[in-house]
Design a binder for this molecule. Structure first.
Ligand code: IVH
Length: 675
């Protein structure tokens, strides 16, 4: 068998590369490895070098032109690039829909013929790609809608843009303008800004600016180095193909390997349109690209033509705009919080600004390394971002707006709470206050200790912890158990009843399961789940205290860092004293053995409590039942053995009666507890 002639092999390779480009760039579903792709590409390039007469302008090797340009030429669009009117809320959307409905009826269309297509409104840069006989002839920015800038060389470097169209059925259109939005994926945007900071270059304020800056480059090599991509959303001038609807246009584009959003939806009435917009708004934070709204388009192209436009805005389309999810504001200063393990956590104090519909004045800053990588300085104008319910973040500084007064950030050398020199562990980004008596650190530890997943002491929250520290009544978690009625009744705003409740909650916490106690200690790296894993092997405080790091690391799910951290914690004499004091106070120090549990009078019984009991709070009743081996859950089901009902029992009582569940009052519960 002999090798195919070079011309055939070149065409074979081009076809294969085009196919894999499509899978990779447009569908995000590559079928071969990068190495295999490179092999095809190198073979084609070698072949073309050997036989320069075989090079075609639409060959994949020709994406990056060689020479930078002096300036951009101009291109007149064959059909103008329109813009879009906005609907800023539901009311405006309804008004737009009502007008379309009225005008389409006047134009002789029945209301049930009216269908819409909803697409994401991508926040990038609009371009028009001109194909002549299926080959990419030129590409331009929108410009003023009539004339744009010639960015052909740069658009050729965008892998998702086909250099040629392969006919699927019949011939390719003689002349075709494809319209779309070029954008930079968010991850690429963040990487780009980090590189620019490292190189001392100004950062981009948002992905749109970055996309525009990347496309409007005189040197196509620079554009090629930026992973731009495109969503195509329409056509301009067309010759040699007819489309009856917009959905047909999108289907045709996708079929011919143009990148079209897979999430385009159709809708037929205004309620559906509104629902689609809400869905997109909810998904907004999960996308790999920025969208600033949803574009709603009348599907029927004849109706589009009949509706026409007002100035540059077609009547047949509208952009439903979201509230902006990013904003620019001043970074006033960088504050420091000391966490319970002593880690210094920086946070941003901002000039309050509206982002995504809420006012933001504080934002997280992760750690020192992150601040330096982004080159955030006190006094900078910055971009702030908020997505869904997540804590607002400072994305990047606007370095072009610097005045020279901005102060680079340095982690303090001393703890802002106690003044102790901080320590840095090699290989760790965190900076810690090593002082075991640091008040802010201890306060955070106590806040953690009383929290729901830890000792679950209801009524003792951040505010009360702060007051107790300020008064010197509490300095560490064990002090909570020394609090008496007299200490608390002195506090402003506290009455007998609230004090009794707090003392009861503190008392009840002594019965918390051992896993919760271990977690509550705040040992670095020991979260709730790790605590549970540890107690399976070491079911008591004594057992864990005796273990050395190697023994702890023998547990399969525990790594050496955690093991060392636990061993170090128990080796510290202050921690030993803390544990002793907690033990002395009666806090549970060992996991209940299965036998113990089974021996208890209420073992295996499920309880639900409802209404107000005469002299027990719900927490107290819960602790009593749990101590006797029973389990308390929130709602009545077939598994419930007893409903404990007080005054005003509500629907749980009805449910229990309908299921035939036994109902107890406080007295009957008392008898049951006594066995
Ligand atoms: S359609 C009537 N569809 O929004 C046709 N535009 O404000 C006009 N854009 O210049 C364009 N996503 O840059 C259309 N799915 C989409 C779009 C979209 C983003 C941009 C485009 C246009 C601007 C109009």
């Amino acid at each position: 068998m002999s090798a195919p002639p070079p011309a055939d092999r070149a065409e074979e390779l081009r076809e294969a590369i085009r196919h894999h480009d499509y899978l990779y760039y447009s569908l995000d579903r590559p079928e071969i490895s990068d190495a295999e792709y490179d092999r095809l590409f190198r073979e084609l390039r070698a072949l073309e070098e050997e036989h320069p007469e075989l090079v075609t302008p639409d060959s994949p090797t020709q994406r990056v032109g060689v020479e930078p340009l002096e300036g951009f030429g101009q291109i007149r669009h064959l059909e103008p690039m329109l813009s879009l009117a906005n609907a800023k809320d539901e009311t405006e959307l309804r008004a737009w829909h009502a007008r379309v409905l009225r005008l389409s009826e006047q134009a002789g269309f029945a209301p049930e013929e009216l269908r819409f297509v909803a697409e994401p409104k991508i926040d990038g840069l609009a371009v028009s790609l001109r194909y002549e006989d299926g080959r990419l002839a030129s590409g331009a920015t929108r410009g003023n809608g009539v004339i744009g800038e010639d960015v052909t060389q740069n658009l050729r470097t965008v892998g998702a843009i086909p250099l040629r169209i392969t006919a699927v059925h019949g011939a390719v259109p003689a002349l075709l303008e494809v319209r779309g939005e070029v954008y930079l994926p968010l991850s690429a945007f963040e990487r780009l800004n980090e590189q620019r900071v490292a190189a001392g270059e100004p950062t981009f304020a948002n992905p749109r600016n970055a996309a525009a800056g990347s496309l409007r480059q005189l040197d196509p090599q620079v554009t090629a180095s930026r992973p731009l991509t495109i969503w195509n959303y329409g056509v301009g001038f067309v010759e040699g193909e007819t489309f009856e609807s917009h959905s047909q246009v999108l289907a045709w584009l996708a079929e011919h390997h143009f990148r079209v959003s897979p999430d385009v939806e159709s809708a037929s009435d205004v309620e559906e349109l509104i629902a689609v917009c809400r869905r997109w708004e909810a998904r907004r934070g999960d996308l790999e690209y920025d969208i600033d709204g949803v574009v709603l388009k009348v599907d029927d192209r004849r109706l589009q033509a009949a509706l026409g436009s007002v100035g540059r805005d077609p009547r047949w389309a509208v952009a439903y705009k979201f509230a902006p999810s990013t904003a620019q504001t001043r970074l006033r200063r960088i504050g420091i919080n000391v966490g319970r393990t002593g880690v210094l956590n920086p946070y941003a104090v901002l000039d309050p600004v509206q982002v995504g519909g809420v006012t933001v004045g504080l934002a997280t800053l992760h750690n020192e390394e992150d601040i330096n990588r982004k080159d955030l300085r006190e006094g900078d104008m910055v971009v702030v971002q908020r997505a869904g319910d997540v804590i607002p973040q400072v994305v990047s500084p606007l370095t072009e707006l610097r005045t020279g007064q901005e102060q680079p950030f340095r982690m303090p050398e001393h703890c802002p709470s106690c003044g102790t020199p901080v320590v840095r562990t090699p290989g760790e980004v965190a900076v810690r206050c090593p002082n075991p008596d640091c008040p802010q650190k201890l306060m955070q530890l106590v806040e953690h200790f009383v929290g729901r997943p830890a000792m679950d002491i209801e009524g003792v929250g951040e505010k009360l912890v702060h007051r107790l520290f300020a008064l010197g009544l509490v300095r560490d978690p064990a002090d909570l158990y020394d609090l008496g009625y007299e200490d608390l009744i002195e506090l402003e705003g506290f009455q007998e009843r609230s004090v009794r409740n707090i003392l009861a909650a503190i008392e009840a916490s002594k019965e918390r399961p051992f896993g919760a106690v271990l977690f509550a200690l705040g040992i670095p790296h020991v979260g709730g789940q790790t605590a549970e894993i540890l107690i399976e092997r070491f079911p008591s405080m004594a057992a864990l205290r005796e273990a050395d790091a190697e023994e702890i690391a023998e547990i399969p799910q525990i790594g050496s860092v955690i093991a060392q951290s636990v061993a170090d914690w128990f080796a510290d004499s202050r921690n030993q004293r803390l544990v002793e004091r907690l033990e002395g106070a009666g806090v549970r120090m060992r996991a209940e053995a299965e036998e113990d549990r089974a021996a208890k009078p209420l073992a295996g019984q499920n309880f639900v409590i409802t209404g107000t009991l005469p002299s027990l709070s719900r927490e107290e009743a819960t602790r009593l039942i749990e101590r006797a081996g029973g389990k308390v859950t929130g709602s009545v089901s077939g598994k419930t053995d007893y409903l404990v009902a007080g005054e005003n029992p509500g629907s749980k009582l009805e449910k229990a009666r309908s299921l035939g569940t036994a109902v107890l009052d406080q007295r009957a519960l008392g008898k049951l507890l006594e066995g």
